[in-house]
Design a protein around this ligand. Structure first.
Ligand code: ADP
Ligand code: MG
Length: 292
């Protein structure tokens, strides 16, 4: 009967690094029409590194890094870590930060040694009347290289551009190709800008890219996919992914991600490797063939 089959199924999963928390999920896997992936930490390693540092005229790299890293030292964001790490590697001592604030989907703001500093994307700079027209071509170029470009401003003057790249996980491309081969569509949902998101989507062969989504907008994107495709799986690792994982028909958490995502999910990919999804689909199909 079903209970035995489920137990067998779950046991087989554990061997392959798939932890099934909700038995029903095993059944749903075989009916999935689309799999939506978070980008950072799911398709990519979630460990971005600084790749480009472009100071404004008359300034040095360390001027820009000092201002940016001092402020980002208060942020938990992977982008912030990349900037702080590169300041550390250059032995730059960080300044004193007051009035720090994180602006969701846009960046960070605060005072470094009493001077107003901003680090973030175009939206943040526009909101604060920082002119970046002269850097627009550079930003576009960096984004087409799949990098996330951030601007650094002091007061309302642009003092530099910092770009980071987050390496793609070894098995992302292969897993996505296999999923598509099974006739299941793939999508990526990210807060990152459209150009960077598309460059990464192209590298891994994702069929649809949904970008510039605010953290609380991911759940709505899953609902939209459900209207179109009915049975939707969501894969994610972050705190912000938890509501979307709950909303989806099968929530899949990355085992190396946050506890909140794991608790919200039906299935955990223990080792953080996306290829576990293929095993889970095969497991579901095989298990429910047996008990028919
Ligand atoms: P994701 O998790 O997909 O990267 P987020 O909503 O966290 O999406 O971030 C969206 C965008 O907001 C980033 O690509 C970046 O441009 C900007 N941003 C967010 N946090 C920071 C930060 N700490 N420093 C600079 N920029 C940031
Ligand atoms: Mg993530």
């Amino acid at each position: 009967g079903t209970p035995t089959a489920l137990m067998v199924g779950s046991g087989m999963g554990a061997e392959k690094g798939i932890l099934i928390r909700n038995g029903e999920a095993v059944q749903t896997f075989k009916d999935i029409k689309v799999i939506a992936f978070d980008k950072t930490g799911t398709i990519t390693k979630g460990k971005p590194e600084t790749t480009d540092l472009l100071p404004a005229e008359g300034l040095s790299e360390s001027d820009v890094l000092y201002a940016a890293a001092s402020l980002e030292n208060t942020s938990e964001h992977p982008l912030a870590h990349a900037i702080v790490e590169s300041a550390k590697s250059q032995e730059i001592k960080l300044g004193e930060v007051t009035d720090f604030s994180a602006i969701v989907g846009k960046g960070v703001a605060g005072f470094v040694d009493g001077e107003r500093v901003l680090v973030g994307n175009r939206k943040l700079m526009k909101e604060n009347d920082v002119d970046f027209k002269h850097q627009q071509d550079r930003l576009v170029q960096l984004e087409n290289e799949a990098k996330t470009a951030m601007m650094v401003a002091k007061g309302n003057k642009l003092i530099g551009v910092v770009a980071v790249a987050d390496p793609i996980k070894e098995d992302s491309k292969k897993t996505i190709a296999e999923i598509e081969k099974m006739g299941i569509k793939t999508a990526m949902i990210t807060g990152d800008n459209n150009r960077t998101a598309n460059a990464i989507g192209k590298k891994v062969g994702i069929s649809s890219v949904i970008s510039e989504v605010l953290p609380d907008g991911k759940v709505n994107e899953v609902k939209n996919l459900q209207e179109k495709y009915e049975v939707v799986a969501m894969v994610g690792d972050g705190i912000n992914d938890a509501p979307a994982l709950k909303q989806s028909n099968v929530g899949i958490a990355i085992g190396t991600g946050t506890d909140i995502a794991i608790e919200a999910a039906d299935v955990t990919l223990v080792k953080g490797e996306l290829s576990g999804i293929i095993s889970a689909i095969n497991l579901s199909t095989a298990t429910f063939k047996k008990i028919k």
